[in-house]
Design a binder for this molecule. Structure first.
Ligand SMILES: Cc1ncc(COP(=O)(O)O)c(C=O)c1O
Length: 343
């Protein structure tokens, strides 16, 4: 009964099967294999746009490489204060970009607002070369709070970024991109380049894959020498076919959307059952829920065998993550036990 993280979920069966099939004989190394070539074609079709695709092993590498591609060492990256980039990557974006500054901004429900971004950008410039140059806006979709930016919200934020005197590049941390896509039911193109996104960290690991992420670049201006940068980052995987084969299987017949839809619906079902009884900190829009519970109820649930995170810095807020492998019966048991613990 694991609600701790989608990172703890097993690999989805069709993806494991694809790995076995990719394991037949020899294939060219370092991305010159058939699977990697196919992946770029597949993503070109899915996004209806030219793309450069850089398969990687971690979401952190995707984010840090993306930032480094569009931000000079003296640049500034604007992101939400709780962005993974800012809180959970141990300075990788700063390291990969050789020293760029992250400017972390507040925002309700884990989302940036155009007003706050506008204000932050307007407050920059008076100190000339003494300041970092605003260079990149990074949005997380779905967010670290389990919420989702609408397409209009993405478009408005990227317009603020691009229409500013610095014409910022726009990055999306799509570690849980499929969860957002399944919830919004829009075309991948709508949520990305058509809404001003230049670079996307596309994550499959949290949605059924094993070590399979990709940096997807829509704007050729930010693709220059990305392969050298990847190598230098230690992310040029010699047996890349095993990442690409996973992503191909993940994308085949809309498996990515099916897996994400399942995870989202488990979260939505839980929210429906519990919303009148407990305080949810944020709207439940993707596959995560943050809620406040009495400490005694938390202890009771833990004792009953439910695994989840008590949010760092608090004793009464828990995070529940629902995944492609979450079983409806485990959700039902959680609801029953939670009601009992609250009684
Ligand atoms: C929103 C978000 N972005 C990026 C990452 C980074 O992924 P990884 O742990 O593979 O580096 C995570 C991981 O949990 C995440 O939640």
């Amino acid at each position: 009964m694991n609600f701790r993280s989608d990172n703890e979920a097993p690999v989805a069966e069709p993806i494991m099967q694809a790995l076995l099939e990719a394991n037949q004989g020899f294939a060219e190394s370092y991305g010159y294999d058939h699977y990697t070539e196919m992946l770029e074609k597949r993503l070109t079709d899915i996004f209806e746009h030219w793309v450069a695709v850089i398969p990687l092993t971690t979401g952190t590498a995707a984010n840090a490489l993306a930032v480094a591609q569009c931000t000079p060492p003296y640049g500034a990256v604007y992101c939400h204060e709780n962005a993974h980039l800012n809180k959970d990557e141990c300075g990788a974006p700063e390291f990969y970009s050789a020293g760029a500054k992250l400017v972390d901004l507040p925002g309700e429900h884990g989302k940036l607002s155009p007003e706050i971004l506008q204000k932050a950008l307007a407050a920059t410039g008076a100190h000339g070369e003494h300041e970092n140059r605003p260079s990149c806006l990074s949005l997380t979709q779905s967010t670290e709070a389990g919420t989702i930016y609408t397409v209009d919200e993405i478009r408005t934020l990227t317009e603020v970024a691009k229409q500013s005197p610095w014409q910022l590049a726009c990055h999306m941390d799509g570690s849980r991109f499929a969860n957002a896509l399944a919830a919004l039911k829009c075309a991948p193109a709508e949520m990305t380049w058509k809404s001003g996104i230049d670079l996307l960290s596309l994550g499959a690991t949290k949605n059924g894959a094993m070590l399979a992420e990709a940096l997807v670049i829509f704007n050729p201006d930010y693709a220059t020498e990305i392969k050298r940068r990847r190598k230098r980052a230690g992310q040029l995987v010699s047996k890349m076919r095993f990442i690409s084969a996973q992503m191909l299987a993940w994308l085949k017949d809309d498996l990515w959307l099916q897996l994400a839809t399942h995870a989202n619906s488990m979260a939505a079902g839980f929210y429906r059952e519990m919303q009148s009884r407990v305080e949810f900190l944020f709207p439940v829009q993707a596959n995560e829920a943050f809620l406040r519970l009495p400490e005694t109820a938390i202890a009771e649930l833990q004792q009953a065998g439910f695994a989840f995170h008590v949010w760092p810095g608090s004793t009464d807020v828990i995070r529940l993550v629902f995944s492609h492998a979450t079983r409806p019966e485990d959700c039902a048991a959680l609801v029953t036990h939670m009601n009992r613990a609250l009684a």
